[in-house]
Design a protein around this ligand. Structure first.
Ligand SMILES: [Zn+2]
Length: 323
């Protein structure tokens, strides 16, 4: 960037997609990276697959795959998670966009609508194993009606990561209720809608892959493998898939909310997917009370920096669902 460039040029970089069209009919897959700008794992993994496609090491035989390596260019250039706000919240079309993520959201919604399925590649800050987030069971409810649960779960299981989690929007509704009890500003349910929720709303399906730590080269390998696996799984390539492995499926169905400044995790080093026995201390309130694990289960998204109204951690149990 030269000093002559106006701030405007920096604020509104365009979105760049790279698309490969197979010469036979097939489904349309979208692969996203850097929805959170500092998560470089997605763009790096996607770049490797694009190079493979261009060099003929990967052959897209049917359908289409669209790569959007950097979904939030402003945040990516800044190396921050967000531009003006979290792109993966309250994602929808807006006739009157007011910030960077609103403007991207309008374009991204249109791109999502052009596809049948979505792989959204993320990474995280703390230590932990890779995992995939997938959606609800088939239902005709008001929160997130859906009819591709089996296909979506199979898609998630094909990525090659051993931990699968579901239950996001239901728990978000519980977070809203818990915040209300604390007399905090009410959140709208649409706040819980990100890329995969919009994809389901638009008639398709999609999953969020968390590859590992942002700066761990192994995260890029996880993302790269997952993209290759899913290209084969949906039939865009004729590559053989790894043998199906048993996955741990966790239903996230509870949370410990931060009630006051100073509420914090008890003990160091919790990681998403850690198995925790009933009665184990997991959090400590600011006044010293200890919160224990209500039953045998799993810790999800431990947040050492939780503020009042945010989750200190989420909790889950082994799911009945079998992809
Ligand atoms: Zn992310």
């Amino acid at each position: 960037m030269t000093t002559q460039e106006t701030p405007k040029d920096v604020i509104d970089p365009p979105l760049e997609t790279i698309r490969f069209h197979g010469l036979k009919a097939g489904p349309k897959l979208l692969v996203l990276g850097a929805v959170h700008g500092n998560e470089t794992c997605g763009p790096n993994a996607i770049a490797r697959v694009i190079e493979d496609c261009r060099a003929g090491r990967v052959s897209i035989r049917r359908g289409e795959v669209t790569f959007l390596p950097v979904a939030n260019p402003k945040a990516h250039r800044q190396n921050t998670r967000e531009g003006d706000r979290n792109l993966n919240r309250d994602l929808r079309e807006r006739p009157q966009p007011v910030d960077n993520e609103d403007r991207i959201g309008n374009r991204l919604s249109a791109i999502l609508r052009q596809h049948d399925m979505l792989l959204d590649v993320h990474s995280f800050t703390q230590e932990g194993v890779p995992f995939v987030f997938f959606g609800p069971e088939d239902n005709r409810g008001d929160l997130e009606p859906f009819r591709h649960a089996a296909a979506e779960a199979a898609f998630a299981a094909a990525l090659g990561v051993d931990l699968m989690i579901h239950g996001w929007l239901d728990i978000y509704v519980r977070l809203i209720a818990a915040r209300e009890q604390l007399k905090l500003p009410r959140l709208a349910v649409t706040e819980g809608f990100g890329t995969t929720e919009f994809m389901r709303f638009a008639g398709g399906y999609g999953v969020t892959l968390e590859c590992g730590r942002h700066d761990d080269p192994a995260s890029v390998d996880v993302g790269y493998r997952a993209i290759r696996n899913v290209l084969a799984h949906v039939g865009l390539t004729d590559e053989s898939l790894p043998a199906p492995a048993k996955r741990l499926v966790v239903h996230m169905d509870d949370l410990v909310i931060c009630e006051n400044e100073g509420d914090r995790l008890e003990g160091a080093g919790w990681r998403t997917g850690d198995r925790v026995a009933k009665g184990t201390p997991i959090a400590r309130r600011a006044d010293g009370r200890v919160v224990t694990m209500p039953r045998d289960g799993f810790i999800i998204f431990p947040n050492p920096n939780a503020k009042p109204g945010e989750g200190v951690c989420y909790l889950g149990v082994e799911s009945e669902r079998r992809p």
